[in-house]
Design a protein around this ligand. Structure first.
Ligand SMILES: [Zn+2]
Ligand SMILES: [Zn+2]
Length: 74
């Protein structure tokens, strides 16, 4: 995936839960562009699908909204 950081335009790396920008030291979570809720990540056969549990269904990768993740320990 070639997704650039919305903050610094650095190329981000893929993690289990989303993306990580090594430049900002910031994790990003895939969110629904319609309701801004975090998406369920469905991994199957090497493909990754993003599913909104709020009723918006599968979200195309082009429409994903990447929001900074809150710190894991909060
Ligand atoms: Zn960044
Ligand atoms: Zn949604």
């Amino acid at each position: 995936m070639d997704i650039l950081c919305p903050q610094c335009q650095h190329q981000m790396t893929t993690t289990d839960s989303g993306l990580f920008c090594p430049q900002c030291q910031q994790h990003f979570t895939a969110c629904c562009p319609d309701c801004h809720h975090p998406l369920n990540v469905l991994k199957a056969c090497g493909a990754i699908d993003y599913f909104c549990q709020q009723g918006h269904g599968l979200i195309s990768k082009k429409r994903l909204l990447w929001l900074p993740s809150p710190p894991a320990n909060q």
